[in-house]
Design a protein around this ligand. Structure first.
Ligand code: TEU
Ligand code: CA
Length: 541
């Protein structure tokens, strides 16, 4: 397997609006990020994935872009952005931009032109179908609820939007659209950006008349064209967001010889607590065996061709320590355990802001607490369908994206040190106990554990390129696997639960890292694992 710099890199995702506010307007910004580079340097990450910072009316917090070339005034200026890129480079940190290419804002000049007349030159940049007020083109739905078609008064036709109605879908069949996009990507490459995360990229090949949303027939053709016209042959890392990928599709994207992307975010294991065939709001207890098998399947299938991304969290997912850990009594132990499971695998790990200090879900109590359009739409939709208030709130507390979007908790001063003004969104009240300042003062903190995991990956080829083998697949409490590289073998052994349990293997293990006090050498014959105990050890004879 070819060695690449991004294979032993660790990515840190910043949601700019909620990271750090430098000018007291309550909105995180680029200069706020610049003021915290020392912190990211201390953590040891290599790449910052920046969620969108472009001008946007914010129907979907920046994922509705009205100018691909600019910086939103609420985040700063293009000059600030250039300084950020430069200062990051001075610290050996690269910037990965978020590319939202499936749709624009309805306030993007292309759409303003397109909607004005059926014969406008920009009309074909978007997807229009005939219909009248009572007849929608078909029954495709938006990911945020309701129809995917919106009636446009001016021309009496419908346009397609797989997300908010303020996010019209681009028509990738149109070669001018593609040319515009290649030009824009190259502009950011010229500005010094070293990576791209491609938002819902599996939707660009849509065929609405056949109701094909993801994985359309021309998807990979478009990606190969993109690669050729933009980042291919440049030393740039790319990751595509693909909710609709299985392992076969994963290989199509990430096999190097196909010249598409380096890796994808696939979400199979993130659906381990959702009823099959249902939506993410349809909760079920975590299917732990499915979780392990799914991770193992991806590890195995992409072992020789392609590459995995490893993540528990992002700005769309609830906080992992609340989701599959224990955010009360064992918050520290379980956060470290979850980090061990993930960072021990083969792939490029992604950390979402605040994960490294064990930030938790927000204690929502009513619908007024939410800011996200997805949550608000779901609430009213399910109310209308007759779901109980209790069940709706239970789903929202467990899965709402707002859980991830509360401001970063820096210290226990005013608004967690995120802003000196009034934050755009509530700070989690637990900031007095969970914050960066406290984490940096405690040598046993989750922060320093992440720091160690990152360092381990840098110093040990086995973690980056070693083979993966799932152990005790049927065990209902333990997530364990072996990594092997030449003669060396490491075991990653994690108790995923609070109950005590026993792990059995043969030989002795030299402890590399653990979230509990350990002897230097342990007998592997019978390891009694404490609540959420995690061990990385080297097998010795
Ligand atoms: O997310 C894609 C997407 O499918 C999500 O909306 C997903 O269905 C939902 O979050 C599950 O919780 C990307 C971005 O990450 C998201 O923030 C945007 O809202 C969306 O695309 C539209 O650009
Ligand atoms: Ca600000």
């Amino acid at each position: 397997m070819e060695e690449k710099w991004w294979k032993n890199s660790v990515v840190y995702q910043i949601y700019p609006r909620s990271f750090c506010d430098s000018n007291r307007d309550g909105i995180g910004d680029i200069n706020g990020i610049r003021s915290k580079l020392w912190y990211l340097k201390e953590l040891g990450i290599d790449i910052i994935w920046l969620s969108p910072v472009y001008p946007s009316p914010n129907a979907d917090n920046g994922y509705d872009i009205s100018d691909y070339y600019g910086i939103s005034p609420e985040f700063g200026t293009l000059e600030d952005m250039k300084k950020l890129i430069q200062e990051c480079e001075n610290n050996d940190i690269h910037i990965m931009m978020d590319l939202v290419l499936n749709h624009t804002s309805d306030e993007h000049p292309w759409f303003l032109e397109a909607k004005s007349a059926t014969d406008n030159p920009y009309r074909e940049y978007y997807i229009w179908r005939k219909g009248d007020i009572d007849h929608v083109p078909n029954d495709m739905t938006s990911c945020f609820g309701g129809s995917a078609w919106e009636y446009s008064q001016q021309t009496g036709e419908y346009y397609l939007h797989f997300f908010h109605k303020k996010q019209p879908d681009l028509n990738w069949e149109n070669k001018n659209v593609r040319a515009e996009i290649w030009k824009m990507i190259n502009y950011w490459i010229d500005l010094g950006v070293k990576g791209f995360r491609l938002d819902v990229i599996d939707m660009i090949g849509k065929v609405p008349d056949l109701k094909i949303k993801e994985n359309g027939p021309k998807l990979h053709e478009y990606l190969q064209e993109m690669n050729k016209k933009t980042f291919g042959n440049k030393d740039i890392v790319t990751v595509g967001e693909c909710w609709g990928a299985d392992t076969e599709i994963g290989k199509l994207y990430s096999s190097p010889e196909r010249k598409e992307l380096n890796m994808i975010f696939q979400f199979e294991q993130m659906q381990s607590d959702q009823i099959e065939g249902g939506e993410k709001w349809d909760l079920k207890p975590l299917d732990f065996i499915y979780l392990k098998n799914t991770f193992a399947k991806w590890q195995k299938e992409l072992a020789e061709c392609g590459w995995n991304s490893l993540f528990w969290n992002n700005h769309d997912l609830p906080r992992i320590v609340s989701r599959w850990g224990n955010d009360k009594k064992y918050r520290v132990e379980s956060a470290k355990m979850l980090a061990t499971v993930l960072h021990g695998m083969k792939g490029t790990p992604y950390i979402y802001q605040g994960e490294e200090i064990g930030m938790t879900n927000y204690p929502f109590s009513n619908i007024e607490d939410f800011a996200d359009v997805e949550a608000i739409n779901m609430y009213y939709e399910r109310k209308q369908k007759g779901y109980s208030q209790e069940s709706i709130m239970k789903s929202l507390c467990a899965k709402a994206r707002d859980n991830a979007r509360t401001p970063m908790q820096w210290d226990n001063s005013h608004e967690a040190g995120f802003t000196e003004g009034k934050p755009w969104y509530h700070v989690n009240p637990n900031y007095t106990k969970i914050n960066v300042e406290m984490a940096l003062k405690d040598k046993n903190s989750i922060f320093y554990y992440y720091q160690k995991l990152i360092k381990l990956r840098k110093q040990n080829t086995i973690l980056v390129y070693g083979t993966f083998e799932l152990l005790c697949a049927e065990n209902k409490h333990i997530f364990a696997y072996a990594r092997q590289w030449n003669e060396k073998k490491w075991l990653i052994i994690c108790n995923f639960y609070e109950e005590l349990t026993t792990f059995e293997y043969s030989g002795k293990g030299k402890i590399i890292l653990s979230n509990y006090e350990q002897q230097e050498i342990i007998l592997l014959e019978q390891i009694k694992l404490r609540p959420y105990e995690a061990i990385i050890c080297e097998v010795i004879v």
